[in-house]
Design a binder for this molecule. Structure first.
Ligand SMILES: Nc1ncnc2c1ncn2[C@@H]1O[C@H](COP(=O)(O)OP(=O)(O)OP(=O)(O)O)[C@@H](O)[C@H]1O
Ligand SMILES: [Mg+2]
Length: 235
C-alpha cells in the first residue's frame, strides 16, 4: 500500500511542518521578497498564530503551505516529505484530503448550498456521506448557522460566510488546518466562538492561523511574527 493510501485510512493524523530557507518573490519586478523564513518547525498537533502587518507575507506563507503557490526557493516539509516534490495534481489531491483552508477571500462555491459546501469537502476527503452530513450539520449548529444550511453563500452576511468557511475547513478532519484571518468579519461573540471551534476541532490536527486580530492572537501560546521585508532583503 502506498504512503498516500495508508494516510487516507488514518483520520486525524496531524502533520509536523518544517520550513527551511523559504523565500518567495512575486517575480523579478516585485522589488522585495514577499516572504523569507530561514527555519520554522511546527510540531504535529501544535497551534501557531502567524502575525505581521499588512503585506508582511502571511497569506503568501499560507498559500505555500497549502501547496497552491510554488515558492521561489527553499523547502516545505510535511511529515518530512517535501510538498513541492509532488506534482500540481498530487498537491491538489493531497490538499483535498489532508488540508483544511480558510482563505482570506473565503472561496465558497456559490453554486452550492452552505451544507453542500461542507459535504463536498468531506466527500473529497473520503468521509462516508451519512456521517459527513451529520457532522456538517453539527458544526453549522455550533456556529449558529443551522438555519442557513440550505442557503447559498451569497444569501449570507460576510460574517456568516466566514463561519461557513471555517466549518468547511475543519469538517473533513484534516491533518493540517490553515486559516487566513478567520475572524476578520466577525463580531466579538462570533469571533470567540469561531476561535474556540477552530482550536477544539484542531485538537488532533496541526493549526496555523494568520491574523492581526488581537482577540484571536491572545488565545495562542505560539506566535510567529513576520517582519516586513525591506527592498532587496531576502531574510
Ligand atoms: N499575486 C501577487 N502578485 C504580486 N505581488 C503580490 C501578490 N500577492 C501578494 N503580493 C505582495 O506580496 C507581499 C505579501 O503579501 P501577502 O498577501 O502575503 O501579505 P499579508 O501579510 O497576507 O497582508 P494582509 O494582512 O493585508 O492580508 C505584499 O507586498 C503584496 O503586495
Ligand atoms: Mg493576507
Amino acid at each position: 500500500m502506498s504512503g498516500e493510501r495508508r494516510r487516507a485510512h488514518r483520520s486525524f493524523a496531524a502533520v509536523d511542518v518544517r520550513l527551511r530557507n523559504l523565500c518567495h518573490s512575486y517575480g523579478p519586478h516585485a522589488g522585495r521578497a514577499a516572504l523569507a523564513i530561514s527555519a520554522l518547525d511546527v510540531a504535529s498537533c501544535s497551534q501557531l498564530c502567524v502575525v505581521g502587518s499588512s503585506g508582511s507575507g502571511k497569506s503568501t506563507l499560507l498559500s505555500i503551505l497549502a501547496g497552491v503557490l510554488v515558492p521561489t526557493s527553499g523547502q516545505v516539509l510535511l511529515d518530512g516529505q517535501e510538498l513541492f516534490e509532488r506534482s500540481e495534481v498530487e498537491r491538489d489531491r493531497f490538499r483535498a484530503r489532508h488540508i483544511g483552508c480558510v482563505f482570506q477571500t473565503l472561496n465558497l462555491l456559490q453554486g452550492l448550498s452552505v451544507l453542500e459546501n461542507l459535504t463536498l469537502a468531506q466527500r473529497f476527503a473520503g468521509i462516508q456521506p451519512a456521517l459527513a452530513r451529520r457532522q456538517a450539520l453539527e458544526l453549522l449548529d455550533r456556529l449558529g448557522l443551522a438555519e442557513r444550511a440550505g442557503a447559498r453563500p451569497a444569501q449570507l452576511s460576510l460574517g456568516e460566510q466566514q463561519r461557513v468557511a471555517i466549518a468547511r475547513a475543519v469538517c473533513k478532519r484534516p491533518a493540517l488546518v490553515l486559516a487566513d484571518e478567520p475572524t476578520a468579519s466577525l463580531d466579538d461573540q462570533n469571533a470567540r466562538a469561531a476561535v474556540e471551534l477552530l482550536r477544539e476541532q484542531c485538537s488532533r490536527s496541526t493549526l496555523l492561523v494568520a491574523s492581526h486580530d488581537q482577540r484571536l492572537l491572545e488565545r495562542f501560546e505560539n506566535v510567529l511574527p513576520l517582519p516586513q521585508l525591506a527592498p532587496g532583503q531576502a531574510g
